[in-house]
Design a protein around this ligand. Structure first.
Ligand SMILES: Nc1nc2c(c(=O)[nH]1)N[C@H]1C(S)=C(S)[C@@H](COP(=O)(O)O)O[C@H]1N2
Ligand SMILES: [Mo]
Length: 229
């Protein structure tokens, strides 16, 4: 990312209490159920809800409290790092890329799951083809306009269900949920899906993000109940 523009500010100090509470849960393992992982691999037909999760019908909002207003004028998406062709996209350029629709379940580490979310956006695969990451770039780091950072192995981002989403259930994604454009990585807990995404960085080395540095699991697979480090 270049230095000229709106580099995300660090999360406001007012969030320290919430952050401290969540770190504390991570320390005490508050939500671990001790159930065995029974994911699609273990129980293909019978089990849809990962261990320790509860199904909800609404869609809770979770973030650090600052919900940036990313107007079309302000919007920029950098896809860069260890890639052959770094890209900087305006919102209209994102919308002009081939569109996909996916349906996937959300699993949040705070124990709620929400089934059948219908997303429209740009497949991760399309973004990968656009920038051509180096083979050695085994990690992807996502940066939000609010300063949020989260990391994952590249193979999670390469899955066919991963996308840069701009619609949810037929409507534009609202600002509260990370609109105009957010990541959706269904194979990991939802904290790995960056809202208001500003930069997708391919990296040779792994770099734990905001929650990953605060006691949350570095990988975060809900089927393995990887909540805490
Ligand atoms: N940019 C940004 N992305 C973020 C967060 C955040 O604070 N900032 N919070 C994460 C967490 S902890 C969760 S659970 C989900 C919540 O997404 P939702 O508010 O749309 O349910 O967003 C994730 N992505
Ligand atoms: Mo979360």
């Amino acid at each position: 990312m270049s230095a000229d523009d709106d580099r995300p500010a660090p999360p406001p100090a007012a969030r320290d209490k919430l952050i401290a509470a969540k770190e504390d849960w991570a320390r005490t393992g508050r939500l671990l159920t001790g159930q065995l992982p029974m994911g699609p691999t273990a129980e293909p037909a019978r089990r849809r809800l990962p261990p320790g999760q509860t199904l909800v019908q609404d869609w809770p909002v979770l973030d650090l409290g600052a919900q940036p207003d990313v107007t079309a004028a302000k919007f920029r998406l950098d896809i860069d790092g260890a890639v052959a062709h770094p890209a900087r996209l305006r919102l209209d350029e994102v919308m002009a890329l081939p569109q996909v629709e996916t349906v996937s379940d959300i699993h949040c580490v705070t124990q709620w799951s929400r089934y059948d979310n219908r997303w429209a956006g740009v497949a991760a695969r399309t973004l990968i083809d656009l920038v051509a990451p180096k083979d050695e770039a085994r990690f992807v780091i996502f940066h939000g306009h609010d300063g949020y950072v989260t990391n994952m192995p590249r193979d999670r981002f390469e899955r066919p269900d991963a996308l840069l989403a701009y619609r949810w259930n037929g409507e534009p994604i609202p600002r509260t949920h990370g609109g105009p454009v957010r990541m959706v990585i269904p194979s990991l807990y939802f904290w790995k899906s960056a809202k208001w995404v500003r930069q997708i960085e391919f990296s040779l080395v792994d770099r734990p993000g905001f929650w990953e540095q605060r006691g949350y699991h570095n990988r975060g697979d809900p089927w393995a109940e990887e909540r805490y480090a």
